[in-house]
Design a protein around this ligand. Sequence first.
Ligand code: BGC
Length: 457
Amino acid sequence: MKSVNAPSPYRFPDGFLWGAATSAYQIEGSPLADGAGPSIWHRFAHTPGLMRNGDTGDIACDHYRRFEADIELMKRLGLTAYRFSVSWSRVLPAGVGAVNPAGLGFYERLVDGLLRAGIEPMLTLYHWDLPAALDDRGGWLNPDIAGWFAEYALAVVRRLDDRVKLWATLNEPWVITDGGYLHGALAPGHRNRFEAPISSHNLLRAHGAAVQAYRACGRHQVGIVVNIEPKYPASDAPEDLAATRRAHAYMNAQYLDPVFLGHYPAEMTQIFGEAWPPWPASDFELIRQPIDFVGINYYTRSVTRFDPDAWPLQATRVKQPDAVYTETDWEVFPSGLTDTLTWVRDRYGPIPQYVTENGAAFPDPGTAGTAPLDDPSRVLYLREHLKAVHAAIGHGVDVRGYFAWSLLDNLEWSLGFSKRFGIVHVDFGTLQRTLKASGLSYAKVIESHGAALSDLA
Ligand code: BGC
């Protein structure tokens, strides 16, 4: 039995950042305001038939015009950090060339507001919204994109590095390539086995070039954000074990191996066959720039088995009969987060890590009744995952912060507004914000520096 006076076992280290995360196209709205150029997501969302219910980011959460009120919400939650992304085509409407001062001005006002509220900004340079003008020149398939991205990074770093201390280059290069160039569900919507390796490689080269640019004029910390989904074999059969290794290499090691070790996992050639080109050795010198932290986005795991029909991995996920699944059909598996953080440390060394996204979509009502909105599944999801982070810290992993995905219900890419991940509810008719129970429970955890996690032990 728990003694009433026993200290909570869940206190987090001093200085641990308690955050929430968002991205530009998912929340801002007004995508063409004040001189911004269109992005590939603006174009994709306005192509009939590609978005669920025809939803677009034209208004989204209207954060572009309501960011001050959103900072007040963050203050109410007691957040000590906020992760957001900058829209490349607001800053450089054509992707390269003339800087749009109004675009940079928006992010400058956002950062100043955060700092006034005592909230540490973490800035992601690229969360999927490539300027459409650069897509017209081949987008991530054009090798010149490494230079374009470095030019953009310099424009933002020069303006904001005096106030932003945590910089991330890319958000989830795996999703950018797998969704955008291999399976086509995300912008720019290509399905091409030959394009996918090229897109991934250019993303990594662009990351390296942006880190170099950052070192030339930035004074703080720069890293990359990847999504990791640990893979567990469905059985000990050799074909399941091999399928699990391929799935792990493709999704988890494909980006971090080149960044930290200077080469791709051996499985990549098996997976892509003739579509996997021989890469010049000098590219890995560019890609393997020393970085200051790695951001981990964790949502679920996969129990994996061999499936000869699953292209191109020949591996598939096995549904777990007794597990809880979220509305996006992702298994709730908190200990996978401990495993992930520990695996990153074991494979790549004692680099500081942030959990840059973690959260869940569950069916909430579209219109909030009386505040706060009750979302017990999300309350539990966040608490159990925070405990999993605490367990990793207990194993000696240097985890410096946690960012719930997401601060606000928002545009879930091609699924539109049909999936709600927010700890704050957004009514997409009136744009009214209402705190959810998950937001309030996270606020208690923050206020107690983790101790309140034992309330649900
Ligand atoms: C992305 C977010 C997305 C979330 C939930 C992550 O892959 O970074 O933009 O909304 O997962 O699907």
